[in-house]
Design a protein around this ligand. Structure first.
Ligand code: PLP
Length: 371
């Protein structure tokens, strides 16, 4: 099987499995105990935090482990806003975990504003700036779109947002951007950044929220005071260890030049075969959204699967929901949306397997059209 749905989740690296197993079988003690074995486990967590901090360009004290990015995103909207009376701005390109969190605030009377996105899938900069005023409490912008791979220039946007409204906090959902864009989080200037480990070769069920040093955020969970009192609950030491092993390996393997060349080659191949690339400019090398004319993505996905290729269609986590909010916001019509598949690469996807998969996808499309 050629697996090209890495934006949905990735295969867990062997080093991450080993790290998790060691933390379950050898270092299984509660990290919050005071005897030596427990203290050693606590040290393992802090070593993992340091390792992750080094890989993502943050300070260890800025990382709080969560169970997933959905949790991190929800946390920002539920407890991360200082001025609860201010308005909140998101883009129309956000993942449902941000969008639905914002809708929750709206249902409670908060002034939630949605900045449009362009045909390329990035936030419309001037429309965004027009929405910001002195009462803006939070602006949340996805770093890399999980649908199209469109990359928002977060560093520049954060500067613009803060110059217009210095009080506004900036959050970025970095699930598809972490390590993959090559930008250290500290360079982005954001206050919050959410990430998930299972997109980088670690297991599902572990994520983080980056909270800029000095920021006062209300705790998400109250209890034993773990994670600096911000998220109580016994830490998931196996998955924290796996996260550290995986992100370190991913960073070692990641080659932005190579992945971009491969994406470009795939784009050329699909265009030569009558397809349209959705979101052409400012794209991550890891994600490619292709409209394959006169084909329903769901049928294509199943035939490709039968022929040994796994690809995505829209966002995996919202696969059961009708329509596609983000692609509609980009101006695609229902027929175009229906025909969109998402091809997403891993750091170690080879050119041979990617190009072989592309041929199989086109053959499957031709097969559907001939029925
Ligand atoms: N944000 C983006 C951009 C995503 O792609 C995803 C998952 O696909 C999430 C958030 C949710 O991540 P998690 O599965 O860790 O909750």
């Amino acid at each position: 099987m050629i697996y090209l749905d890495n934006a949905a989740t990735t295969k867990v690296y062997d080093c991450a499995v080993k790290a998790a197993c060691a933390a379950m079988s050898v270092n299984f003690y509660n990290p919050n105990t005071t005897y030596k074995s427990g203290v050693l486990v606590r040290e393992c967590i802090e070593n993992a935090r340091n390792q992750i901090a080094a890989a993502i360009g943050a300070h260890a004290s800025e990382i709080v482990f969560t169970s997933c990015a959905t949790e991190s995103n929800n946390w920002v909207f539920s407890c991360g806003i200082k001025n609860k009376k201010g308005n909140v701005i998101i883009s129309a390109g956000e993942h449902s975990s941000v969008y639905e969190s914002a809708m929750q605030l709206k249902s409670r009377g908060v002034d939630v504003r949605i900045a449009p996105i362009t045909r390329d899938g990035v936030v419309d900069e001037s429309a965004l700036l027009n929405l910001i005023d002195e009462n803006t409490a939070l602006v949340s912008l996805i770093h890399v779109s999980n649908e199209t791979g469109a990359v928002n220039p977060i560093k520049r946007l954060t500067k613009l947002i803060k110059s217009k409204s210095p009080r506004a906090l900036v959050h970025s959902d970095g699930v598809q951007g972490l390590v993959k864009t090559g930008e250290p989080i500290s360079d982005l200037g954001v206050d919050y950044y959410s990430a998930s480990a299972h997109k980088l070769g670690a297991p599902k069920g572990i994520g983080l929220l980056y909270i800029r040093q000095g920021l006062n955020v209300a705790p998400l969970l109250y209890g034993g005071g773990q994670e600096r009192g911000l998220r109580s609950g016994t830490q998931n030491t196996p998955y924290i260890s796996a996260f550290a092993a995986a992100v370190t390996k991913f960073k070692r393997l990641a080659n932005i030049g190579e992945i971009t060349r491969l994406r470009n080659e795939l784009c050329d191949f699909f265009v030569a075969n009558g397809c349209k690339i959705i979101g052409q400019s400012q794209n991550s090398g890891y994600i490619l959204c292709v409209s394959i004319p006169n084909v329903k993505a769901e049928i294509l996905q199943n035939i490709a699967h039968d022929n040994g290729v796994i690809i995505g269609k829209g966002a995996a986590c919202s696969g059961s929901k009708r329509g596609n909010r983000v692609l509609s916001a980009m101006g695609l019509n229902a027929k175009e949306i229906e025909s969109c598949v998402r091809i997403s690469l891993a750091a170690d996807t080879s050119r041979e397997e990617a190009m072989e998969a592309a041929k199989i996808i086109i053959q499957a499309a031709n097969q559907i059209r001939s029925l």
